[in-house]
Design a protein around this ligand. Structure first.
Ligand SMILES: Cc1cc2nc3c(=O)[nH]c(=O)nc-3n(C[C@H](O)[C@H](O)[C@H](O)COP(=O)(O)OP(=O)(O)OC[C@H]3O[C@@H](n4cnc5c(N)ncnc54)[C@H](O)[C@@H]3O)c2cc1C
Length: 360
């Protein structure tokens, strides 16, 4: 029987980075993806942002992961002859004097000073609402999600590495390490939020969160920066920009809703400081594979070591996947232990129950 090597389930940003990393190390890799049926990566902003959240903290593992992301996407561009990675500053518009004060405090912290500009005085951006001042965040970047995902796909197809089909658990014999009658060395599940339906890994503490975006067309002049004021907008063409995003932990599907569209449109006057006319040219929705600990779920199944999870990148898949793909491949080949905060074995005692005989 011909061995399939590693089967990577899901060609989102996580599965793509990992499949490439393993193949580059000489492993035989097959990717099984259902045609991006539930892919969050297609609607993502693709922003790499070193400071995130309401408390303005340094993004987890960003010191190592962001330089690796820049290096990875740049070298992928060179290899595939495509352009999808851009250094872009984030223009953070303060929403209140309190928020401006929070930014001032952060900028004075030596750990943050290298990322945060001096305050930009109110009135510096004629067309935008900068009445409480603004800051630039440096070392940020933008990966164009549809462009990078299509480039990956073309590459995998050209190498015969990608099959478009849903992974069929009924064809898996985990103990015999065979899938659809073929032996494998390992199956690595990278199916994003659909992990909640995976019979081997759904016990992990996922907390998926749906997010929606709008593609807007408007004659409003916009700077090239990623603009953030509660919501983000970024120029994608002459008169087009993308806006996001919403958070919904209840309705988990990839269907755009009127409510989220209204929420986004309702935030436009806050960003521009006045009513603006913008036409909706497109809508998108996806589900972020968020976790209860906000850390990824990496590692092997407690009872079937050949089944692995490389998942749970939440709202930061573009920023974290290149770094963790290298880390995970190092772990698979016995060169390192898993990052303890991302190692799924930390959840075994609390969440996993050994199955009844014969089950997962
Ligand atoms: C609105 C929004 C904005 C975002 N903005 C950013 C951002 O600015 N920066 C950032 O870094 N991240 C951002 N994200 C998060 C990012 O999209 C995710 O972290 C990332 O997509 C997770 O990658 P993934 O490969 O794990 O999952 P996905 O991208 O969801 O890919 C999983 C793939 O597996 C396939 N699949 C699932 N089940 C099966 C099966 N049984 N068989 C075969 N295939 C299967 C799916 O169809 C899909 O193609 C955003 C997300 C959203 C929704």
């Amino acid at each position: 029987m011909r061995e399939a090597g590693f089967i990577v389930v899901g060609q989102g940003i996580a599965g793509s980075c990992l499949a490439l990393e393993l193949a580059d190390r000489g492993a035989r890799v097959e990717i099984v993806d259902d045609g991006w049926e539930s892919a969050a990566c297609l609607v993502a902003a693709g922003v790499i942002n070193p400071i995130t959240g309401k408390r303005l903290v340094k993004s987890w593992r960003s010191s190592a992961a962001h330089p690796r992301a820049r290096e990875f996407y740049r070298s992928l561009e060179a290899r595939l002859g495509k352009r999808f990675f851009h250094d872009r500053k984030i223009l953070q518009l303060c929403r209140s004097p309190e928020e401006a004060e929070l930014w001032r405090g952060r900028a004075e912290d030596p750990e943050y000073a290298e990322f945060i500009s001096d305050p930009v005085p109110p009135g510096s951006f004629g067309g935008l609402n900068d009445s409480f001042g603004a800051r630039f965040i440096g070392r940020s970047a933008w990966v164009e999600p549809p462009a990078v995902m299509s480039a990956f796909r073309e590459y995998f197809l050209s190498r015969g590495m990608l099959r478009t089909e849903k992974f069929d658990f009924s064809k898996l014999d985990a103990r015999a390490r065979s899938y659809a009658g073929r032996a494998f060395r390992g199956i690595i599940f990278c199916e994003g939020w659909r992990a909640v339906e995976n019979p081997y890994f759904s016990w992990l503490p996922y907390r998926p969160a749906k997010g929606e975006i709008l593609e807007l067309k408007s004659p409003e002049p916009l700077p090239e920066h990623i603009i953030h004021r509660g919501k983000w907008i970024m120029k994608t063409g002459g008169e087009t920009f993308r806006m996001g995003s919403t958070w919904d932990r209840e309705r988990l599907d990839c269907l755009p809703t009127e409510g989220a569209g209204a929420e986004l449109m309702g935030a436009l006057p806050g960003i521009f400081g006045r009513a603006v006319s913008a036409e909706v040219a497109g809508r998108g929705a996806g589900v972020r594979p968020c976790t209860a600990t906000t850390r990824p779920h990496l590692g092997a199944h407690p009872a079937c070591g050949a089944l692995m999870s490389f998942n749970g990148f939440g709202s930061k898949g573009f920023a974290l996947s290149p770094y963790f793909a290298r880390h995970f491949a190092d772990w698979i080949f016995g060169k390192t232990a898993l990052d303890p905060e991302a190692d799924l074995s930390r959840h075994i005692r609390k969440f996993w129950r050994p199955p009844a005989a014969g089950a997962a």
